[in-house]
Design a protein around this ligand. Structure first.
Ligand code: NAD
Ligand code: UDP
Ligand code: UDP
Length: 325
C-alpha cells in the first residue's frame, strides 16, 4: 500500500471546513487521498477543485456505518463542529463521535494504519483552569445541550486510548481550539463566520450575552500545519495535544475588529447567551511547541483579512447566481 513516500490517506469529514484544507495539503504533498463525507455540513464546493485530480477520490459515506477500505493513515475529522449543527440532531452527533470512532479504529486496526482524531477544546467544558493544559480533566455538563458534542468527543478520546493500550494502535489525538478561515460554512452560526457575514451585509452583529466571554482564534493554515506535524511524530507521541492560537480576545472585541476591518456600518446588538456557553477559553500550547516544534504564525487581523476576502467573493458569487442558502 505504500509507494515510495506517497501514502494512501483517508480523511473523514474531508468535504468540511478543516477537512478540505487538509485534503489540499495532503494532495500537494503527493499523497493519495480518499475523502469520506456524508455532506451533513460539508459541501462538494469545498473540494470541487480536487475532483479531477487522479490522486483524489471522494466517497459519500456516513462513518456511523462500517467502512472497508485500505489506508496507511486515517484523519478522523467527521463530526459537525458548530453548536447549531451539532445540536440539530444530537443523537446523530454522539453516534458520529462514538460509533464513527469505533468504526475508524476498527478499520485502522485491520489495516494497521496510524490514526488521528480531531478532538476539541470542548473536552475542557467551561473550565476553571485558565489557560487549559492537556493535563486538565475539564468541567463538562453531561446532560446539557452541548453534551452530545462534548461527551461524544470525550468518549472518542477514551476509545482512541483504549485501542492504543489494548490493540497497540498508533494514535494521534489533537484537541483543536476555535479555528477560522476560508470555507467555513457561512450559515453555521460560528462566531467568526457570523460576524464577517453580518458585517459584509451591513446587518446587526449579534453578540451573545455581554460579549465578555473569551475565545482564542487560530487561522486554518496554522492548524493544518499542526495536524501534519503531529502525524509525523514517532509512535510514542499519542497526544492529546492542544492545537490553537493562545492569543485571547473577548467576543465584543472580535465584533469591533471585524467592523473595523470590513469598514461596515453594522451595529452591535446583544442576544441571550446560549446555555453552558464557556466563559473563557485559551490553549496552553507548551506541549505543541516542545513536542512538535509548532507555533501559530498568523495573528488575528491577518487571518481575518483572508477570511473576509473569502466571504466577500462567496457572497458576491451567491448574489449573482441568485442562490439562497
Ligand atoms: P465541518 O462541519 O465543516 O466539517 C465536518 C465534516 O464532517 C463535514 O464535511 C460533514 O459533512 C462531515 N460529517 C459529519 N458527520 C459525518 C458522518 N457521520 N459521516 C461522514 N461525514 C460526516 O467542521 P470543521 O470545522 O471542519 O471540523 C472538523 C473536525 O474538527 C470536527 O471533528 C470538529 O469537531 C473538529 N473541531 C473543529 C474546530 C473548529 O474550530 N473548526 C474546533 C474543535 C474541533
Ligand atoms: N470496522 C470497519 N472497517 C474495518 C474493520 C472494522 O468499519 O475495516 C468496524 C466494524 O464494523 C467493527 C468496528 O469497526 O464493528 C470495530 O472493529 P473491531 O475489530 O475493533 O471490533 P469488532 O469487529 O470485534 O467489533
Ligand atoms: N457568539 C456570539 N455571536 C454569534 C455566534 C457566537 O456572540 O453570532 C459567541 C458564542 O456565544 C461563544 C463564542 O461566540 O461565546 C464562540 O462561539 P462559537 O459558536 O464560534 O464557538 P464555541 O462556543 O464552540 O467556542
Amino acid at each position: 500500500m505504500r509507494y515510495g513516500s506517497s501514502r494512501k490517506v483517508l480523511v473523514t469529514g474531508g468535504a468540511g471546513f478543516l477537512g478540505s484544507h487538509l485534503c489540499d495539503r495532503l494532495i500537494s504533498q503527493g499523497h493519495e487521498v480518499l475523502c469520506v463525507d456524508n455532506f451533513f455540513t460539508g459541501t462538494r464546493r469545498n473540494i470541487a477543485h480536487l475532483l479531477d485530480n487522479p490522486r483524489f477520490e471522494l466517497l459519500r459515506h456516513d462513518i456511523t456505518h462500517p467502512l472497508y477500505v485500505e489506508a496507511d493513515e486515517i484523519y478522523n475529522l467527521a463530526c459537525p463542529a458548530s453548536p447549531i449543527h451539532y445540536q440539530f440532531d444530537p443523537v446523530q452527533t454522539t453516534k458520529t463521535s462514538v460509533n464513527g470512532a469505533i468504526n475508524m479504529l476498527g478499520l485502522a486496526k485491520r489495516v494497521k494504519a496510524k490514526i488521528f482524531q480531531a478532538s476539541t477544546s470542548e473536552v475542557y467544558g467551561d473550565p476553571e483552569l485558565h489557560p487549559q493544559p492537556e493535563s486538565y480533566w475539564g468541567r463538562v455538563n453531561p446532560v446539557g445541550y452541548r453534551s452530545c458534542y462534548d461527551e461524544g468527543k470525550r468518549c472518542a478520546e477514551t476509545l482512541f486510548f483504549d485501542y492504543h493500550r489494548q490493540h497497540k494502535l498508533e494514535i494521534k489525538v489533537a484537541r483543536i481550539f476555535n479555528t477560522y478561515g476560508p470555507r467555513m460554512h457561512p450559515n453555521d452560526g460560528r462566531v467568526v463566520s457570523n460576524f464577517i457575514v453580518q458585517a459584509l451585509k451591513n446587518e446587526d452583529i449579534t453578540v451573545y450575552g455581554e460579549g465578555l466571554q473569551t475565545r482564542a482564534f487560530c487561522y486554518v493554515d496554522d492548524l493544518i500545519r499542526g495536524f501534519l506535524s503531529l502525524m509525523e511524530t514517532g509512535p510514542d507521541v499519542t497526544g492529546p495535544v492542544n492545537i490553537g492560537n493562545p492569543e485571547e480576545f473577548t467576543i465584543i472585541k472580535l465584533a469591533e475588529t471585524v467592523i473595523r476591518l470590513t469598514g461596515s456600518k453594522s451595529k452591535i446588538i446583544t442576544r441571550p447567551l446560549p446555555p453552558d456557553d464557556p466563559r473563557q477559553r485559551r490553549p496552553d500550547i507548551s506541549m505543541a511547541q516542545n513536542v512538535l516544534g509548532w507555533t501559530p504564525q498568523i495573528q488575528l487581523e491577518e487571518g481575518l483579512g483572508k477570511a473576509i476576502s473569502y466571504f466577500e467573493t462567496f457572497l458576491s458569487a451567491d448574489k449573482s447566481s441568485g442562490a439562497v442558502r
